[in-house]
Design a protein around this ligand. Sequence first.
Ligand SMILES: C[S@@+](CC[C@H](N)C(=O)[O-])C[C@H]1O[C@@H](n2cnc3c(N)ncnc32)[C@H](O)[C@@H]1O
Length: 294
Amino acid sequence: MVENTTINNLVLEDLVGYISKNGVQRSIKPVYKTDDFALYNDDSLEVMNRFPDNYFDMIFADPPYMLSNDGFTCQNGRMVSVNKGKWDKSNGFEDDLYFHETWIKECKRVLKPEGTIWISGTYHSIYQCGFLLQKLGFHLLNDITWFKPNASPNLSCRFFTASHETILWARKDKKAKHYFNYEAMKNGRFPEDNIKKPDSQMRSVWSIPTPAPSEKIFGKHPTQKPLALLKRIVLASTKPGDIIFDPFNGSGTTGIASTIIGERKYIGCDLNKDYIDLTIKRYEALKANKGLFE
Ligand SMILES: C[S@@+](CC[C@H](N)C(=O)[O-])C[C@H]1O[C@@H](n2cnc3c(N)ncnc32)[C@H](O)[C@@H]1O
């Protein structure tokens, strides 16, 4: 672990270098890094272990949903498996709880006292994560309902059509003052959201369609988040110069949104090499063409 006294002077480059030299059990190097963007292709617990205390301003985490139970859903009018990958299989209630507790505890250590964490999920995982945020002493700020106006229909016709995810927003420290860009949320433009009224306070229900095909031109991730969702989160909860971490990077939506907003540094981590490669493609295309995802 990096000594506390050194962390104030660290910039992303130094941190990345330090981690790779400071392997306690083994050295972990970023597979990709620029001045404002670094990616690790590894288990996020192993990677987080090497980060200093109180380092990140904001963490967005979209952990495995544990919903890959061999069932079926409907996509573009076709019946498809709900399975996302081995990483999304539940290991049973207790093991899932232990997994979530381990990474959320580590996130708490690496967050600054005034830093905030966002955790997204469905009912398969979000109640465990919410319980753990409270157990571990976070201060819950909001539970956002991300409503998907274009959600897939329910095939069984035996219960309601799932059309939202919950995103919890919490501060590390009960007493610290967190950052909230109230003005940008109230007065910004959110053309994709037919619930948000111009010049009125941003409420906790956000209507945002699932990612458009234009967001998937470099490849697909089974649980890719829309850029409009992550741009809103980054803008609401970070300032220029802030460092953002996503322990479950996937297709890198958090990093791409940070790069579009600009003046932020991003570190992402994913076990799957294909998803890391997809993120690099998205990032490099965006750098070459700033308006790419507008
Ligand atoms: C729900 S997806 C994240 C999707 C992402 N938000 C996006 O917009 O593309 C979860 C990701 O976590 C990765 N993952 C699962 N367990 C992991 C672990 N222990 N360490 C690092 N990554 C992990 C999976 O490979 C998957 O890409």
